[in-house]
Design a binder for this molecule. Sequence first.
Ligand code: AMP
Length: 279
Amino acid sequence: MMKIFKTQRTLKEHLSSIKGKFEVGFAPTMGSLHEGHLSLIRESKKRCDIVVCSIFVNPTQFNTVSDFKNYPKNSSEDIELLKSTGCDILFLPNDVNEVYQNEKKVSLELGSIVNVLEGEHRPGHFDGVMRVVKLLFDIVQPDKAFFGLKDFQQFLVIQKMAKVLNMKIEVLGCDIVREKNGLAMSSRNKRLSNIELKNALVLQKALNHCKNNFRKMDLQALQAECFRILQKESNPEYFEICDAESLSPITEISETKNIRAFTAASIGEIRLIDNMEIL
Ligand code: AMP
């Protein structure tokens, strides 16, 4: 039976009674769950004894009030999905203060990985993500934490944050889960109309174009081509080809590097992101 806790006090009490006896895995989410989220629960179940999931729409990581207000919510369906996936514990705080009470703010210097891509285009976003994940890590104190590579930069930022803060938490990345047609699953897809869902395939199209033409042309020209593909069906913000560790843009092709392409584009009102391993 999945246990649901609405307060950090009751969750902590329960976790302290099992602490040391079991390995605890944790997957934080903002709810409106889909197969991408459930893949984190499954991976956590494979690797840990107890699986904790949280559902909390974190206001401090949104850039606009309307995006926050319109973020899809569906907790009764989420609870059923988590139960059927074998989640053991759900932390479902009722309000923002339940998570943010007693926050001790720390300032972190994580270098350029927080300032590029999403960091550049969504000022303050990663500050909000780090604040909430630090709070949740302090509450749950997991052995392992599971993040989706759909938000590849977020995964790197959290991994680095855990290291810099000396947290004894292994931060693991899980593969991007896509629809059959290639669209990366996202809670925001629920806000797209049928036509917009079709247009959203352009992110995947641009990333595939990048991968398929990687060795065939100059990188700047390739990047520009991918951007033009995006422009046909969306309002693109960026298309970048980067070193997968430092996230700095790649200007020359080198055999030794891990390379990934990253994109953000709006389809109507809805801003989507996606990324793909290139090398
Ligand atoms: P969110 O609810 O959007 O904050 O996402 C919660 C977690 O689920 C994050 O670690 C995301 O990276 C992960 N996630 C969201 N969508 C996907 C997906 N399509 N594939 C894999 N992981 C995902």
